[in-house]
Design a protein around this ligand. Structure first.
Ligand SMILES: [Ca+2]
Ligand SMILES: [Ca+2]
Ligand SMILES: [Ca+2]
Ligand SMILES: [Ca+2]
Length: 481
């Protein structure tokens, strides 16, 4: 309150004067608006700070006298988190404080605008307002996050090298460039067949793939934000890549060619052998169909198992038809898969059948009748006659008819118990050899004859054969013949 003291002099015409005092109290009228010292105020803090007691200090002055210059401050508007801010007077200043942590991600551009009013205590009171800008700094409190924990994608195995498999996108809720979406860097591990673009998240192949080598890949994909050291945050997802089959493999034979032994006259529907081809493709692309090409009436084939059986056409090892003889001994099998288009094995498989002899033919003889001549006195063991068996089931055999021991004529080499026999007669003429000297049975013979015995009369008989001693004129001796 302004107080004036006036000294009043009263002077009359005579020159007399007197003085007096007048005191004047000037009563204040609230005619001054509180005025802030600055045009604008700025404060700053990091998000998530639990509390800040002196965020901004500000001051307004008022030319009036109390109470018209007694100023109170209030927050009349806040662009965000209004209830988190408080203003109080401390040491003559209005002090703005924050009582709870702020979330940068809910603050557009990281700026909060407060409108602060300074109001005097006049009646009516006067006030003015000022804008206070609070800048909030981002903290890296959000990790990059993939839209799913696991991605499943299928691609054909013949996909080009460098082709796109999948686009991945992780989200980082931090709003700053430093810690948010724009800071994300992708990386991938699990297979060198794939790479990821560090910035775009595009996964591409690095080379040609082959489902038959590896049909499934599990990749681990990471997205890291711009935080540094322990402050960096990471999001992880898996990517399961399944390769879809393409019919890119021909069937191939196992163990071909095949060599088997088969006894002729084997009954119909007997197992012969099983041909096996492999095709590493899956499904129809790896499903095999076997066939006998060219057709072979002696054998049938299960088209899906490859099992070969005999048919009702008899296998006769001695079949004289050369074409049929070859069909019996050679089965040619083709195989193809069921892909679209189907792929055939590059070559056929051959089953070579070694027809084993069944003893189904009697030995037969040639050049009958057999007539042999042998000199008497031939020693034992000398060949008398050679018998051949040209139509025997086995290799043509020879048999020598010996003087002793005797041959087993016509016995073949079939299994014991199943041997078959042919019989022929060999007529042997034993030719005489002059191998006997005449022998007297007695060293001397005596006979008496009358003197007038006629010439040619038999006198005596000696030996088994008849030895005749005949008279012949004058008998000088006896000889035997
Ligand atoms: Ca943040
Ligand atoms: Ca972040
Ligand atoms: Ca394949
Ligand atoms: Ca195939």
């Amino acid at each position: 309150m302004l107080r004036f003291t006036l000294t009043v002099i009263a002077r009359d015409g005579g020159g007399e004067e007197t003085t007096g005092r007048v005191r004047i109290n000037v009563l204040d009228v609230n005619d001054n608006v509180p005025t802030f010292q600055k045009d604008a105020y700025v404060g700053a803090l990091r998000e998530n700070e639990p509390s800040v007691t002196q965020l901004v200090r500000l001051r307004a002055t008022d030319e009036d006298s109390p109470p018209n210059n007694q100023i109170t401050y209030s927050i009349v508007n806040a662009s965000a988190f209004g209830s988190y801010f408080d203003i109080s007077v401390y040491e003559g200043y209005g002090v703005i404080s924050v009582s709870r942590p702020l979330d940068y991600e809910q603050i557009p551009n990281g700026l909060i605008y407060l409108t602060i009013m300074a109001k005097d205590a006049g009646n009516p009171s006067l006030n003015s307002t000022i804008s206070v800008t609070i800048e909030v700094f981002d903290e890296n409190d959000n990790p990059p996050t993939f839209s799913k924990p696991a991605y499943f994608v299928s691609v054909v195995e013949n996909i080009m090298a460098g082709a796109t498999v999948l686009f991945l996108n992780a989200t980082d809720l931090d709003r700053s460039r430093e810690y948010g979406q724009e800071s994300i860097i992708y990386s991938l591990e699990g297979s060198s067949q794939f790479r990821i673009n560090a910035r775009s998240g595009e996964i591409t192949t690095t080379s040609l793939l082959d489902r038959e080598t590896k049909s499934e890949y599990i990749l681990i994909v990471r997205a890291v934000d711009g935080g540094v050291g322990h402050n960096q945050k990471t999001g992880i997802a898996t990517v399961n890549i399944t390769l879809l089959d393409i019919n890119d493999n021909h069937p191939t034979w196992k163990d071909a060619p095949y060599y088997i032994n088969l006894v002729e006259m084997t009954p119909p529907d007997s197992d012969v052998t099983t041909v096996v081809a492999v095709d590493p493709d899956v499904g129809e692309n790896g499903t095999l169909v076997y066939s006998i090409q060219p057709p072979n009436k002696f054998y049938s084939l299960n088209s899906s198992t490859g099992k070969i059986r005999t048919t009702h056409v008899m296998l006769d090892r001695e079949n004289p038809d050369p074409h049929e003889a070859e069909l019996m001994r050679k089965i040619v099998v083709s195989v193809t898969d069921c892909g679209t288009p189907p792929l055939k094995a590059t070559s056929s498989a051959t089953v070579f059948v070694n027809l084993l002899d069944l003893n189904d033919n009697d030995p037969t003889f040639q050049n009958l009748p057999f007539v042999a001549e042998v000199l008497e006195g031939t020693p034992a063991g000398v060949s008398v006659y050679q018998v051949s068996f040209p139509f025997m089931a086995r290799d043509p055999a020879l048999c020598h008819l010996l003087t002793s021991p005797t041959c087993q004529p016509g016995n073949d080499n079939g299994p014991v118990g199943k041997r078959r026999t042919g019989t022929a007669t060999v007529f042997v003429t034993v030719l005489d050899v002059n191998d006997n000297r005449p022998i007297f049975l007695q060293s001397s013979y005596e006979a008496s004859v009358p003197e007038d015995i006629r010439e040619g009369h038999s006198i005596v008989q000696a030996g088994r054969r008849r030895l005749q001693v005949k008279t012949e004129g004058f008998t000088e001796g006896v000889h035997a013949e």
